[in-house]
Write a protein that binds this ligand. Structure first.
Ligand SMILES: [Zn+2]
Ligand SMILES: [Zn+2]
Length: 397
């Protein structure tokens, strides 16, 4: 018979210190997207030591560990992202980032440590483990660049993965709480660049030039209209222009103005609608000022995270067994994006959130003062373990 949840949870307690030490090691040595070489080496070394079959260099710096249990069962993947952010950490601790300008400010160090420890526990119990666990360590989540090439490299196909799960630690939620949200959970993201092209000239003689800045200013004001008047009021979307670059001097009308921004929404149709309309809108407004606008979408694009109902309910039950029914909530959808969405478009599964809020209160992700309450790490590990061992078991027919 398989061990009970209690016996498995003893494994989590026993490895608690190692889990924290591992997270601190990754925290001390953060690496940017697609540069996670040391991180990948540590992952591969730990997985090899636990006798997993290890594949490295997938989508450049990704790692996959495959663990075949001795009992028959299903093939289930667990995904962790491993990259850090271009920030200089403000926290002073023995494990503070040792690389100026790079910092684990999103909790991916914790995701990586949890996934490794999860693999170690399952490996130690291989004799009683059903099915095949595929541990996916994805690079470059922060630039929305790692998931698609990993899928293209076949990580879900060899062996054939049936479902995929993963967690994101969140400092907005207290330790001991888990959020499992069925349906749209995180927004899609589309980074865009608008190039407005006019005709340069003397600031004193605008009638002899075509001013791209005036056109750009009207485009910025107008894009808000695309959400307020073209997206149905019960739906949600954001179009933000976060950067405008133009001009060199107060009395020179420049030739171009460049704007960069992002579109966020939860619905594929609205995503497509806004991409199409932004392109036409910018061109038409520019034309009204005798300028030209070209909209380009490049990199940094991903679909919304949508958790299927059945797998979400499954994870909700698994989490409730660990933290109690009262501590599992749906939470609110967040406008942040995560390319776990691409895995969830390829296979059913669920991406859920685990609380790591510091005692001092919420510390924002992607900020130099980001901080993690490490007491949340074993909670995440225990839920992950429960999800995996239950999902790996053969489905009752
Ligand atoms: Zn992030
Ligand atoms: Zn993240």
């Amino acid at each position: 018979m398989a061990k009970t949840a209690v016996e498995w949870s003893e494994e989590v307690d026993r490895r608690g210190d190692d889990l924290v030490a591992l997270r601190r090691d990754f925290h001390r040595h953060p690496e940017l997207s697609f540069q996670e070489r040391r991180t990948a080496e540590v992952i591969a070394e730990k997985l090899s030591a636990a006798k997993l079959e290890v594949r490295t260099g997938i989508a450049r710096t990704g790692v996959v560990g495959i663990l075949r249990g001795d009992r028959p069962g299903r093939t289930i993947a667990w995904r962790a992202d491993i990259d850090a952010l271009p920030l200089t950490e403000r926290l002073e601790a023995p494990f503070t980032s040792g690389t100026p300008g790079v910092m684990h400010a999103c909790g991916h160090d914790g995701h990586t440590a949890i996934a490794i420890t999860l693999a170690q526990i399952l490996a130690a119990r291989r004799a009683e483990m059903p099915g095949t666990a595929v541990l996916v360590f994805q690079p470059a989540e922060e630039i929305i660049g790692g998931a698609e090439p990993m899928i293209a490299a076949g990580v879900l196909d060899d062996p054939r993965v049936e479902e995929i799960y993963g967690l994101h630690l969140t400092s907005l939620t207290p330790v001991g709480q888990v959020q499992v949200r069925p349906g749209p959970s995180m927004a899609s993201a589309d980074a865009f660049e608008i190039e407005v092209r006019g005709k340069g000239g003397h600031g004193a003689m605008p009638h002899l030039s075509v001013d791209p800045m005036t056109a750009a200013a009207n485009i910025v004001l107008g894009v808000k209209h695309l959400v307020s008047h073209e997206v149905a009021a019960q739906e949600t979307a954001v179009v933000t222009v976060g950067q405008i670059v133009s001009g060199t001097k107060g009395n020179i009308i420049p030739e171009t103005a460049i704007m960069r921004g992002t579109i966020r929404t939860f619905d594929d149709r609205i995503r497509e609608q806004l991409r199409t309309r932004l392109t036409a809108f910018a061109a038409d407004v520019a034309r009204a000022y005798r300028a030209e606008a070209r909209v380009r979408f490049e990199g940094g694009a991903t679909a919304s995270v949508v958790n299927p109902e059945a797998e979400s309910e499954f994870v909700r039950r698994c989490a409730a067994e660990v933290v109690g029914e009262a501590n599992v909530h749906a939470g609110r959808p967040v406008m942040a994006s995560d390319d776990m969405s691409m895995f969830l478009r390829a296979r059913p599964g669920c991406y859920f959130r685990v609380g790591i809020q510091p005692a001092s209160g919420p510390a924002p992700h992607h900020a130099p003062e980001f901080e993690m309450n490490e007491d949340g790490l074993p909670v995440g590990l225990a839920v992950a373990l429960n999800v995996m061992r239950r999902a790996l078991a053969p489905k009752p027919s």
